[in-house]
Design a protein around this ligand. Sequence first.
Ligand SMILES: C[S@@+](CC[C@H](N)C(=O)[O-])C[C@H]1O[C@@H](n2cnc3c(N)ncnc32)[C@H](O)[C@@H]1O
Length: 202
Amino acid sequence: MNRSNPYKRPDRFTEAAKKAGYPARSVYKLEEIDRRARILRRGHRVVDLGAAPGSWAMYASEKIGQSGHLLAIDRDELRTTLPAWCQFVQADCFALEAAYYTEFAPFDVVLSDLAPNTTGNRFTDQARSTELFLHALEVARVHGAPGSSFVGKIFMGEDFPAARGEVRKLYEHERLIRPEGTRAISFEIFVIGQKKRVQPLG
Ligand SMILES: C[S@@+](CC[C@H](N)C(=O)[O-])C[C@H]1O[C@@H](n2cnc3c(N)ncnc32)[C@H](O)[C@@H]1O
């Protein structure tokens, strides 16, 4: 057990995830977001950005069932096997060709738990997180269906209000959720967009 690094210290979420067969405790963040905002439904087409080690993808695949489809993307490998209605692409999301998305788009849900490797410099980490968040939002803008939903993680910093504003332009409903499973020392938050507008606000 690592007592010095709070991110590695097992807690009730880590223990529960292990018991339930999920590779990461982050599953309980998506589970809470989904419970509160009702994001995932049977038959949905979903893209999961920053999918490794695979807990969100496992949870989402269970919720959408075999009539749905999930495209999971990460530069790292998954540590789980997903069901047949899911596809994993190992790639840097910035380098991924649009064809990977268009094959399965339009998506009902765009999920992004993308996170940079942290440097310890809060400003650098926030800037990188914002860049990943805005990239995910761009995927949602281009490939999300009208009426679709977005869940994106961002590290809160000075760019946060502007990033949040971009979600409001694209979705009729915008809200913030900081799930219980988020570590107390973390400055991450999830921005939820629901009901994607047919015409984004200018
Ligand atoms: C917090 S983890 C995601 C955990 C995942 N949602 C789960 O439940 O298992 C963040 C992920 O973002 C990925 N990531 C960060 N930058 C990326 C990039 N440019 N392209 C692809 N994946 C990236 C990392 O490799 C890492 O696996």
